[in-house]
Design a protein around this ligand. Structure first.
Ligand SMILES: Cc1ncc(COP(=O)(O)O)c(C=O)c1O
Length: 368
């Protein structure tokens, strides 16, 4: 298959480990292995005793049990663990899609959500998030895009990069529509549990739609990207079995120490997510004031969930601005061109404890 370079990942590869302030990260602030182990008495000793052989291909039973608790009606056997969300996306596309299938993708999006389908030979249509509607996509547009050969709809809410959170009624309609038309809904829920108002949390697609596939990961809400543990949860046995068969050709099973640590973290997931939301809330207050002070430079839609937003830059080309900024101040922003988005936007991330210093450096750059 012919996959082009992953623009966002290549941009990060250039700056992520050298820039002083990561002001565009989509994962929450992480912790050390020691800090995670300290969450439970005896965990350090158990970790040292943990066996380093292969683990079960579908995921360690204890981990699948903890993951199933995130959902209301998912059994541990209905969870398939992967090496990050990225492997799960890759395998879902290969398990579910054939050349010539039509696929509709929530747009803009994390590149693999459309690129893998394209490389398989699918026709991919973009279901657009509209800036004028505070980044809401339009259900009527989606209905008009459906074709007899539409095989899957790929949706991501809370959304990367806009922070858009779909209203629950619309999300239910979307699931209902997909079910009625026999279309697979792949729901990327990696930012779930980072809703600023907990009442806005959506049900997981797998809990309201018997064929939908929900995607989750340790990286985002829980800030544990280095574990490389992701999963799908679904009642759809056919898709799950096909993904499991393909996994024998990618990673076979996940890393045993990572599975141990992920299971431990998930036992405390509410506490971990609450800590990360605390960082996001206090950084957002600073951003509110920052954008009020700079209406001539930025157009800001305050997100409803997650650690990122997609403001528009006024007056300068966004790629030039981001390059100048990182070279002169060490503040990393991600130009919207990495999403092939034409609107002069950039991705802003506010999940890091160092964000106030990074924002001050950005402020200084604007004044300079
Ligand atoms: C929407 C979305 N889905 C999937 C992923 C992949 O997650 P991971 O890197 O943990 O595999 C990302 C990572 O940025 C993402 O933003």
């Amino acid at each position: 298959m012919n996959l082009p370079p992953f623009k966002l990942e290549r941009y990060f590869a250039r700056y992520e480990f050298s820039a002083k302030y990561l002001l565009c990260s989509s994962d929450c602030e992480s912790v050390t292995v020691g800090e995670l182990l300290a969450m439970e008495p005896g965990a350090e000793e158990r970790f040292k005793e943990h066996w380093l052989g292969y683990t079960e291909s579908a995921g360690a039973p204890g981990l699948r049990k903890q993951i199933s608790r995130i959902y209301t009606g998912i059994q541990p056997e209905e969870v398939l663990v992967h090496s990050g969300a990225e492997e799960a996306i890759f395998l879902f596309m290969h398990a579910a899609l054939q050349p010539g299938d039509h696929v509709i993708v929530h747009w803009p999006c994390y590149q693999s959500l459309f690129e893998v389908a394209k490389a398989i030979g699918c026709e991919v249509s973009q279901w657009e998030a509209h800036r004028a509607q505070d980044w809401a996509p339009d259900m009527d547009e989606l209905k008009r895009m459906l074709r007899p050969n539409t095989r899957a709809v790929i949706v991501n809410t809370p959304h990367n990069p806009t922070g858009y959170l779909m209203p629950a009624a619309q999300y239910r309609l979307l699931n209902q529509l997909a079910q009625e038309r026999g279309i697979l809904l792949f729901s990327d829920e990696v930012y779930r549990e980072l809703e600023y108002n907990p009442a806005d949390r959506l049900p997981s697609a797998c809990d309201i739609n018997p064929t939908a596939v929900s995607l989750g990961v340790m990286s985002k809400a829980y800030g544990l990207a280095g574990l490389r543990i992701g999963w799908v949860a679904t009642h759809n046995t056919a898709v799950r079995d096909r993904m499991a068969a393909l996994k024998d050709y990618t990673t076979i099973c996940s890393s045993a120490p990572s599975e141990f640590l992920a299971e431990l973290a998930l036992r405390h997931r509410e506490q971990i997510a609450a800590r990360n939301l605390g960082i996001i809330h206090s950084n957002l207050l600073l951003l509110d004031a920052f954008f009020v002070d700079h209406p001539d430079r930025f157009d800001w839609v305050r997100p409803k969930a997650g650690p990122i937003a997609f403001p528009r830059l006024k007056g300068t080309l966004v790629e030039d601005f981001c390059r100048d900024l990182v070279e002169k101040t060490g503040v990393l922003l991600l130009p919207g061109t990495m999403y092939v988005h034409p609107g002069n936007h950039f991705r802003l991330g506010f999940s890091r404890k160092t964000m106030p210093e990074g924002l001050a450096a950005l402020e200084g750059f604007l004044g300079g």
